[in-house]
Design a protein around this ligand. Structure first.
Ligand code: SF4
Length: 351
């Protein structure tokens, strides 16, 4: 079924020219290699450009190529990724790097179908690597591109549906110019990020394809694209304990599977415990609290759930020798704590 009709006019040329004049100066655009494109595209999934910039530089400096990534320790990767979230992305990158080393001579393939067969590389990322790094005319359709296309075509099909996304890829494939594939592909990302932005704030007066845009003509841009309602996020109450003995905090490693797998955390438990209940919970963890202080509450939003956290800082004594503990310097340099604990990590570092 066709949901999108290819817009009239030379949309590709207008976008490509505009991109060449207006592209933002981003670290991964300075030197375009398949490895750098891959790293940046994985980092940019679900994460803002400004947040990614320092991570990208650090990652590339630490792991400049596929071979270095394939050989990296998980703990080191987690530390490099600390705060970016969705840690399975970096673990899949390592798996993928291993396959690239063993089967592809350490080189990312050009063929989008082959790229899609590798761990952590879906249709969008395969298209982006093929088009940006190799100039292969492959569509790369993410949320930004879906929004731009839905507006250009004034299409109100539900972009949550796979069939609609597939049709968007078909439509973009027809728009890709013979030359400047890389610039064209990035122009769509750039337009979606800086001009054709979500909601009613799109800057149509600055848009290079306004003359071809049906949503602009019909006044429908603010309500496009249509996305069927996502299920509400589940709220979970948690109590987080900062258990400190002579400047060292107790840490706990999360299970190897599931949310934030394999990362470190401050001990925590389900529910909103009062001070006495929290002290009792600390004793069960082999910590004898002498002083208990309530910390500010914090909320962390994941894609499908929210953590509403109550927390206590306790000074006291560890009562077991084999506990994992760390001082502020070690928390900073050795242990990767996910950003869900950012408020409490900051307290541990600064107290
Ligand atoms: Fe988006 Fe407006 Fe450009 Fe249409 S004219 S593509 S709605 S910014």
């Amino acid at each position: 079924m066709d949901f999108f009709t290819v817009p009239c006019g030379d949309v590709a040329a207008a976008l490509t020219e505009w991109y060449k004049q207006n592209a933002r100066d981003l670290p991964w655009r300075k030197e375009v290699t398949p490895y750098r494109v891959w790293v940046s595209e994985i980092m940019l999934q679900q994460t803002r450009v400004e947040a990614v910039k320092p991570y990208f530089e650090r990652f590339i400096n630490a792991l400049p190529d596929v071979y270095a990534l394939a050989a990296a320790e998980d703990a080191f990767l987690h530390k490099l990724w600390e705060g970016l979230g969705y840690y399975s992305r970096v673990r899949n990158m390592k798996k993928c790097a291993g396959r690239l080393v063993s089967e592809f001579g350490g080189i990312l393939p050009q063929d989008p179908a082959v790229l899609r067969s590798l761990p952590g590389i879906g249709s969008y990322t395969a298209g982006a690597i093929a088009a940006i790094a190799y100039g292969v005319p492959a569509p790369a359709v993410d949320g930004n591109v879906l929004r731009v296309l839905a507006r250009l075509c004034d299409c109100n099909a539900d972009i949550a549906q796979t069939a609609v996304k597939r049709d968007a890829e078909k439509c973009i494939a027809q728009l890709i110019p013979e030359h400047d594939v890389s610039a064209f592909t990035q122009s769509l990302f750039e337009l979606g990020a800086t001009v054709c932005i979500p909601g009613g704030d799109c800057k149509c007066e600055k848009c290079p394809v306004a003359a071809y845009c049906l949503a602009k003509q019909h006044g429908t841009a603010a309500v496009l694209p249509f996305h069927s309602d996502k299920p509400p996020r589940k709220k979970e109450e948690k109590t987080v304990l900062l258990l400190r003995d002579n400047g060292r905090y107790m840490l706990h490693k999360r299970p190897d599977k599931g949310l934030l797998a394999g990362l470190w955390e401050f001990p925590n438990m389900a529910g909103r415990l009062n001070e006495a209940e929290a002290a009792e919970a600390a004793r069960k963890l082999h910590f004898e609290p002498l002083q208990v202080r309530a910390l500010p509450a914090a909320v962390h939003i994941f894609t499908h759930k929210e953590w509403h956290m109550t927390a206590y800082l306790m000074d006291g004594a560890f009562e077991k020798d084999d506990l994992v503990t760390a001082d502020a310097a070690e928390i900073k340099s050795v242990y990767a704590l996910p950003s869900a604990f950012a408020v409490y990590r900051a307290i541990a570092l600064n107290e």
